[in-house]
Design a protein around this ligand. Structure first.
Ligand code: AMP
Ligand code: ZN
Length: 136
């Protein structure tokens, strides 16, 4: 299997590495949305976040939390967007789980999570949706 991010983790493709531990590897995004845009990937190859065992997802997000503070301080950001595109319909291009840490600055002209998509009628069936999603 030829995976871009596995090859970056192995050092076979160069990257601007910013951090590495047993579970995660972090590097600068090659096409940054903002200064300091960092990508955090699990060292184990999982295509989608929803494929990851919860313990590994938890460990990944503990590293994301630590790096978020580091990136925020390093570029003196006013805020951060932290998230991942899960599966192609959500914009995932590289098929290896990766969490984006995107520094935000007052007046940078960007939007929030709400600017990703806005489907008409999505609020019409909140009651049924809550019943569908609620865990017994
Ligand atoms: P996504 O659209 O969520 O799959 O994000 C993939 C991200 O990987 C994009 O933001 C790309 O700019 C970034 N990317 C692709 N190739 C590289 C690379 N060789 N080194 C660093 N980042 C990369
Ligand atoms: Zn991979």
């Amino acid at each position: 299997m030829d995976c871009l991010f596995c090859n970056i983790i192995k050092g076979e493709i160069p990257s601007y590495k910013v951090y590495e531990d047993e579970v995660a590897y972090a590097f600068l995004d090659i096409n940054p949305c903002a200064r300091g845009h960092t990508v955090v990937v699990p060292k184990t190859h999982y295509e989608n976040f929803t494929d990851m065992p919860s313990e590994e997802a938890g460990a990944l997000f503990a590293t994301v939390r630590m790096l978020a503070k580091m990136v925020e301080d390093a570029v003196s950001a006013d805020g951060l967007n932290i998230g991942l595109n899960n599966k192609p319909a959500a914009g995932q291009v590289v098929s290896h789980v990766h969490v984006h840490i995107i520094p935000r600055f007052e007046g940078d002209g960007g939007g929030s999570m709400h600017s990703i998509v806005s489907v008409n009628g999505a609020a019409d069936d909140l009651e049924e949706m809550a019943e569908l999603l609620v865990m017994e």
